[in-house]
Design a protein around this ligand. Structure first.
Ligand code: ATP
Ligand code: MG
Length: 415
């Protein structure tokens, strides 16, 4: 038997219901925030992610699913959502529209990572990107979308952690300071970080190895390297979050795993698991060939959100529910039941009937299993009289209804 690929998952049954409900909430929330949906392709030219995400990031170095097509072009399955949205923003001249441009997506995302709890090779991201503003107000608006969603989902104990990486000049100053600090602790770092230290010392702060974490604990703070403007920008983000009533903590160790971030970075953490990460990326649009454009966004892992919800509220259970079961007896009844069921469905009734040709007893057992609220049985006498006994499954109460009025009667009852 061929099994599913490691790090992927089938979503079905009760879980898919939970997903639909979560996605519905995301879409409704975006509607109220004035954020329109965008659907970009699942694969792009590899170059887009190398340039966008950054050469020295874990994603580009070892996590991308890259392949060559028949035209010898290098393509890559989307490892994150921002680069594709930025490409689309430039390609379709969206900067000509009223700014900011606010977009969201719910898309499968692919990273060839070591699988473990909360870490898959195909996962799903709810992402929001807001392009066309440099203001701290835009950062706060983006953060408020994620905060409102987590609040509406009833996720308990999430902590919002924010930090600022400053502009490239501040970052240059910090990199120098960090390199000096790390350099004097080099022997205590993991082999990957020894390499990272040369090319991009900031990446060391994001390392999950315990030995590296111990070193990082005493690292200098990026906030001490921010210039006046970047400091004021970060303060304003905090002032607006406070005004919005969104609690946060400042954590100068947050850098996020993507190279494109400038100034504000943030994450929402629950039970030690990052459910949402994002930040400002003021240079990415230009980097990808567009005009200089301030932008901010985040990605929220739907699997991780489901995991947290399950941990807090218990496993998701399935409660099947159907409005009516149209049982039948005999050949004529079976044929008639198919037509009546379709008519009921078209009228908006969630109807089921026998398509397996079971005995009446087995049909009723099935009606119970699928959670039918009402049932009828169509036999020769019912077909002749045009009247059926409509039975309420829970109480066993029966009433006589004409077949012609069945849809109307049911719609009134189940509404
Ligand atoms: P982490 O530090 O956990 O590796 P990251 O920095 O790689 O996260 P981002 O690239 O910012 O995360 O992605 C945003 C969100 O997508 C994460 O907060 C997480 O919820 C989710 N996510 C990232 N990688 C995975 C994965 N391999 N499996 C499931 N969800 C993931
Ligand atoms: Mg990662």
């Amino acid at each position: 038997m061929i099994q599913l690929v490691k790090g992927t998952k089938d979503i079905y049954g009760a879980e898919v219901k939970a997903w639909q409900s979560i996605e519905g909430k995301m879409r409704r929330l975006c509607e109220t925030f004035g954020i329109g949906e965008i659907r970009t392709p699942a694969f792009e030219f590899t170059e887009l992610f190398v340039r966008g995400v950054g050469e020295t990031t874990d994603i580009v170095q070892k996590e991308m699913y890259t392949f060559t097509d028949d035209g010898d072009r290098s393509l890559t399955l989307r490892p994150e959502g921002t680069a594709g949205v930025v490409r689309a923003y430039i390609e379709h001249g969206m900067h000509n529209n009223a700014q900011p441009t606010k977009l969201y997506y719910i898309s499968p995302t692919f990273r060839c990572e070591n699988t473990q709890a909360g870490r898959q090779r195909q996962f799903h991201q709810f992402g929001v990107e807001m392009l066309g503003s440099y203001s701290a107000a835009q950062d706060a608006e983006a953060i408020s979308v994620a905060a409102a969603l987590l609040e509406e989902m009833g996720v308990k104990g999430v902590e919002l952690r924010i930090n600022s990486l400053g502009c490239p000049e501040c970052r240059g100053r910090y990199n120098k300071k960090l390199r000096e600090f790390i350099g004097s602790n080099l022997d205590r770092l993991c082999p990957t970080c020894k390499e990272r230290f040369e090319k991009n010392p900031l990446r060391v702060l994001d390392c999950k190895e315990e030995s590296c974490q111990a070193v990082i604990a005493n690292a200098p703070s990026v906030l001490d390297c921010l210039d006046e403007e970047c400091t004021a920008h970060f303060q304003k983000v905090q002032d607006i979050l406070t005004e919005m009533g969104i609690p946060f903590v400042v954590d100068p160790k947050i850098v996020r795993g993507l190279d494109y971030y400038t100034r504000t970075v943030f994450e929402f953490v629950s039970d030690g698991l990052t459910v949402c990460g994002g930040g400002r990326y003021d240079n990415l649009v230009e980097e990808c060939g567009g005009k200089p454009t301030g932008a901010v966004g985040f990605g929220l892992g739907i699997e991780r959100l489901v995991m947290i919800l399950e941990k807090q509220n218990g496993a998701i259970e399935e409660h099947p529910e159907r409005d009516v079961y149209i049982g039948s007896m005999g050949e004529k009844g079976l044929i008639r039941a198919q037509g009546i069921t379709l008519a009921l469905r078209k009228a908006g009734v969630r109807a089921e009937c026998d398509t397996v040709e079971r005995s009446v007893k087995a049909q009723m057992k099935y009606a119970n299993k699928i959670g039918a609220k009402y049932s009828v049985i169509l036999g020769d006498s019912e077909l002749e009289s045009g009247q059926v006994e409509l039975k309420e499954m829970e109480t066993g109460e029966k009433e006589t209804v004409s077949l012609a009025e069945l849809a109307e009667v049911l719609l009134k009852k189940v509404k």
